[in-house]
Design a protein around this ligand. Structure first.
Ligand code: G3H
Ligand code: ZN
Length: 282
C-alpha cells in the first residue's frame, strides 16, 4: 500500500529504528525493493531522483510504474521524489495521483543555495506539499559527491538546522555528517556526536544521504545516535551491475535481457531485505 513519509518516520523515531530509502533507476529496481521489503515484512521508501526522471525523459513513465508496484505491496511503501531542484518537477510530483494516492513525499534540494535562499525556496515547496497532503524533506549543509567528487568534509550546524526547520516547517531534514554520495566502497566514518547534537536540536527526523559508502556497523551507530531515514542508491547498483557483469562475461552468447536483469533484480531484493533488517535492529 502507498503511504506518506511521516507515517513511516514517526514510529521509527519513537522506536529508534532506521527507515531504508532506496533509489529506483528502472522498473527492476522498484520490483526488487518491494520484493525485499515484503520478504523482510518492513515498510520501505522508493525514491526517484531528478536525475532518474531526466534519464527516463519525464516523470510519468518511471513514477507510474513505481506507484503501481508500490500500491500492490503487502507492506507500506512511500514513493518519494529525491533531490529535486526544479519547481515544475516538484509540482508535477505533488499533482500526480495514482488512484487515491500518489507520491508520499518530495525532497526539495536547495542545499546549494545560501541559507536565506534555501529557507525561502524550501518554505514555498512545504506550503504546496502540505496543501496537497504530502510531506517534504529538505537539505541544509551540502552532502557532496553528486558531481563525482568525494567530499566528506561538509557539516551541518545544529543551531542553523533548528532555525531552518522552524522557518520552513519541513517534515524531515537531510544533514551533512561525514557521508558523501556515490561511493562504491563502504568505508566512510560519520560524525556520531554531531548526529546526536542535531537530533537534540532538531524536532524532525534526520536523513542520511550517501549511505552507500557507510558500512553496516556505522549505519547502526548512526541510527542509534539519531539518524532515521537512510538513503542508499549506489550500493544497490553495485550489487545489480555485479550480477549483470558476471552473467554476461560468463556467457557471451546470452541475449535475452530477462536472463541477466532477473537475477540482478533477485540479488538486489535479497540485499534490500538484509539492509532493512539491519536498519530495524534485527
Ligand atoms: O539521495 C540518494 C542517496 O543519498 C544515495 O546516495 O548513492 O551514495 O547511496 P548513494
Ligand atoms: Zn542524496
Amino acid at each position: 500500500t502507498l503511504a506518506r513519509l511521516t507515517d513511516l518516520l514517526g514510529p521509527a523515531v519513537a522506536d529508534h529504528r532506521g527507515v531504508g530509502a532506496f533509489n529506483v533507476f528502472s522498473i527492476e529496481h522498484a520490483e526488487a525493493h518491494v520484493a525485499g521489503a515484503e520478504r523482510a515484512g518492513i515498510p520501505v521508501v522508493l525514491q526517484i531522483s531528478e536525475n532518474a526522471v531526466k534519464y527516463h525523459h519525464g516523470l510519468e513513465p518511471i513514477a507510474l510504474a513505481t506507484l503501481s508496484i508500490a500500491r500492490s505491496a503487502s507492506v507500506p511503501v512511500v514513493v518519494h521524489l529525491d533531490h529535486a531542484t526544479d519547481d515544475e518537477l516538484v509540482d508535477q510530483a505533488i499533482g500526480l495521483r495514482f488512484g487515491e494516492m500518489g507520491f508520499g513525499s518530495v525532497m526539495y534540494d536547495a542545499s546549494g543555495l545560501d541559507y536565506d535562499a534555501n529557507v525561502a525556496a524550501t518554505a514555498a515547496v512545504v506550503a504546496r506539499g502540505h496543501a496537497a497532503g504530502l510531506d517534504v524533506e529538505a537539505e541544509l549543509g551540502e552532502v557532496g559527491g553528486k558531481d563525482g567528487v568525494h567530499a566528506p568534509g561538509a557539516r551541518t550546524d545544529p543551531a542553523d538546522a533548528a532555525r531552518f526547520v522552524a522557518a520552513t516547517s519541513v517534515d524531515a531534514l537531510a544533514v551533512a555528517v561525514g557521508s558523501s554520495h556515490a561511493m562504491t566502497t563502504r568505508t566512510a566514518r560519520l560524525d556520531l556526536e554531531l548526529i546526536t547534537a542535531l537530533r537534540d536540536a532538531v524536532g524532525v527526523p534526520l536523513v542520511l544521504h550517501g549511505s552507500s559508502g557507510v558500512p553496516d556497523d556505522e549505519i547502526v551507530r548512526a541510527v542509534a545516535a539519531g539518524m532515521t531515514k537512510v538513503n542508499i542508491a549506489t550500493h544497490l547498483n553495485v550489487v545489480f551491475t555485479g550480477v549483470v557483469r558476471d552473467l554476461l562475461t560468463g556467457d557471451p552468447k546470452l541475449a535475452d535481457s530477462r536472463k541477466y536483469l532477473g537475477p540482478a533484480r533477485d540479488a538486489v531484493a535479497a540485499e534490500v531485505a538484509r539492509l532493512l533488517g539491519v536498519l530495524a535492529g534485527r
